[in-house]
Design a protein around this ligand. Sequence first.
Ligand SMILES: Nc1nc2c(ncn2[C@@H]2O[C@H](COP(=O)(O)OP(=O)(O)OP(=O)(O)O)[C@@H](O)[C@H]2O)c(=O)[nH]1
Ligand SMILES: [Mg+2]
Length: 188
Amino acid sequence: MQYLNIYCPTNRTMVDFDPFIKVVVVGDQSVGKSWFVSYLINEKPPSKDKASSLFDSQVKQIEVDGIEYEVTVWDTPGGEEMKKLRCHAYPETDVILLCYSVDDQVSFHNVARKWLPELKRHCRGVPKILLGLKSDLKRNSLKPMVSEKEGEIMQLHINATAFYEYSIVVRMGMRKKMTAYRKSCSIQ
Ligand SMILES: Nc1nc2c(ncn2[C@@H]2O[C@H](COP(=O)(O)OP(=O)(O)OP(=O)(O)O)[C@@H](O)[C@H]2O)c(=O)[nH]1
Ligand SMILES: [Mg+2]
């Protein structure tokens, strides 16, 4: 993939357009970052070695409005002892995905307490998306869960561009059902 030469209507010249996008995924340990990244890129859970690896980056080509982008997603380790290592992932980041798990209040509070200061230091001005992972655990749980409203309030507090709750369990289930549905439609 190369830089694209495209027309810029503002100054009426051709400019180099950089189609490479670097996404860095951060959040506490075990909130589901590696599973999320693996599903986003490969539509399946990570292999055992990937899930436990310290650092991982995966690439996906995505076309939006006729332009092909190369998106590299960096999965980082959440542990405090990994901070030094993690900081190597931050330079040149275009988007941060800041994750917590909806069944883990500490990981939610750490969004503001731990991750916001770290990102202010290393990724000032980089747009953030807040993700509440493992949302399937909200069903039938006796534990107090982080509500969607609390997530929205956190989004405003940390000035994140967007907030979503997400579950790869639900995504996998949906995919299986859609495949079965398509098959049944093609048989009739
Ligand atoms: N119920 C449920 N469990 C999930 C989901 N996503 C991940 N998990 C589980 O959460 C555990 C931790 O997931 P990881 O993706 O390894 O967590 P991580 O944030 O990458 O952890 P570190 O790399 O140690 O920082 C795994 O055992 C997964 O099975 C989800 O959407 N729902
Ligand atoms: Mg991981």
